[in-house]
Design a protein around this ligand. Structure first.
Ligand SMILES: CC(C)(COP(=O)(O)OP(=O)(O)OC[C@H]1O[C@@H](n2cnc3c(N)ncnc32)[C@H](O)[C@@H]1OP(=O)(O)O)[C@@H](O)C(=O)NCCC(=O)NCCS
Length: 180
């Protein structure tokens, strides 16, 4: 099979869609967050505050992202007023990384943001998260120029284990200009 064909079939395996009620309990395959968190976020989607996108690969949930209309739902966000949608909680299952899944999720978030007439989209990232920084830089996200800020909270894993997290984050913006 030519490289072009194999890329085509790889892309075809992914289905990205907003989470449905019947799918909330199926997200346990993602080693990120727990049922209660997924359910809470699903309820935020129901109330129109965000879109909870999940990437399904051969019917397995392999990645997620939130597109927040009213600022990110993470415990640490910068104090500045941010009148544009924000991407948060981007996560790709380790077995499915470097196959363009995060890029597809971000394509979706950016397209919908642009269609709703926003000219910017933003997100926060840990200053030392090099894979994510590479991903965002490649897609045209730039440092907003605000001071890095300390974000902290409690992470509860899928087994109920709790751990405190603290990280220095930087805020990035992508501007669409005349199009995407
Ligand atoms: C960061 C993350 C979302 C990337 O997901 P992914 O599906 O592997 O990303 P993609 O395949 O779409 O990568 C697109 C580009 O981003 C860059 N990139 C992605 N992962 C990278 C890595 N580990 N090292 C260096 N560059 C990387 C590359 O330029 C890559 O293109 P290439 O594969 O052609 O070189 C994933 O590693 C992840 O879930 N990490 C843990 C959670 C996290 O850090 N989320 C971001 C929070 S802000």
């Amino acid at each position: 099979m030519s490289r072009l064909c194999s890329v085509y079939f790889t892309v075809m395996k992914i289905d990205i869609r907003s989470l449905k009620s019947s799918e909330v309990s199926r997200l346990q395959y993602l080693p990120f967050g727990r049922k209660e968190t997924h359910r809470r976020r699903f309820m935020l989607q129901e109330s129109g505050k965000l879109i909870f996108f999940v990437a399904w690969w051969d019917n397995l949930p392999v990645a997620q992202v939130l597109l927040n209309w009213e600022g990110g739902d993470a415990s640490g966000v910068p104090p500045q007023v941010r009148p544009w949608p924000e991407v948060s909680s981007l996560f790709v299952h380790p077995d499915y990384r470097r196959r363009g899944v995060a890029s597809r999720l971000l394509d979706m978030c950016e397209r919908i943001t642009f269609q709703r007439d926003y000219v910017n989209i933003g997100l926060c990232v840990h200053v030392a998260n090099q894979p994510a920084l590479n991903l965002y830089a490649r897609r045209g996200y730039r440092d907003a120029g605000w001071d890095p800020y300390l974000a902290q909270g409690v992470y509860v894993d899928s087994n109920g284990g709790r751990s405190n997290w603290r990280e220095l984050r930087v805020y990035l913006i992508k501007s669409f200009g005349k199009g995407i």
